[in-house]
Design a protein around this ligand. Sequence first.
Ligand code: EPU
Length: 302
Amino acid sequence: MRIRDPGIVAKLAEIRVELRQGTALAGLTSLGIGGTTDLLRIKNHKSLPDLLKLLDANHIPHEFLGGGSNLLVGDGELPWVVLQLVRPEPDVVLDGNFAHVDAAADLGRMITFCAKNNLGGMEGLIGVPGTVGGALRMNAGAYGMQIGSYVREVQLYRAAGRKIEVLRGDQISFEYRHTSFAPDDMMLTVILELPSKPFKVILEGIRICNEKRRSSQPLGQKSAGCIFKNPPGASAGRMIDELGLKGLSVGDARVSDRHANFFVNAGHASARDMLTLISDVRERVQKTYGVSLENEVVVWNA
Ligand code: EPU
């Protein structure tokens, strides 16, 4: 979708929103898949209510993009514009055991920065690509921990009330790869309360998690992490592996040889290839195990 109306373009500049016309989302997602649309980069959170009012008034649909690491975007010209926060400097401010973090902060860099300041707890998420906002929205977790456990406060733009609100941690429910945020809520900042730990101890935890991840996941390849959620008491990766589906391909979309719940873009996969592979694998798992796998990856398909 293209914003061409000069009045809207001028208003965007006035509220300090940068318009990047015709952006290929393939370049902004870890899968390297996705069509083209206008990208609106938000330099100041305070401009969000005005921006959304402007888009609503002109009937311009939109999506919020975080780090693009858990996302499968459709092909071709996309029927909505994409909103993304610009990372401020600094993006993490510490106050005792509290880390005040911008949603656009890189998750791995935030964990390392806190570690250097003797604040731990997040070691399990090292190696997970994406932004803190994305991790928060999905309640990212690994190796027995989840980000939600450390959340004390979230500032967000709530589309329902069309305003910026602050929620306490205990007003949000964090479940397995799911939160009580509405799909059109946009994360802005978060306060995490992290346990004090010596840097050396955190570093050892980080080293162990890195090793586990490196040995079991296809880290150097284009992927969106796990495609399916694990069904209660079972492992999607193990089921897909048991069916002998590692290496199964549709075009360049391929079930990883390293971890069967990671589907990789081995070249120039389209969203259509990846979606076909996802439904094919889901069907085969359903047939054999009677389990309907739920997507973990977020799909924006026109
Ligand atoms: N397994 C196989 N074959 C495979 C993959 C896994 O047999 O191809 C077996 C493993 O040997 C193990 C079991 O399945 O016995 C579980 O595998 P793993 O430890 O890799 O964990 P997972 O359940 O597949 C989950 C998360 C990952 C997270 C890891 C580590 C989900 C869907 N996945 O994977 O998160 O990194 O645990 O905590 O919850 C993600 O969210 O995108 C993600 C990758």
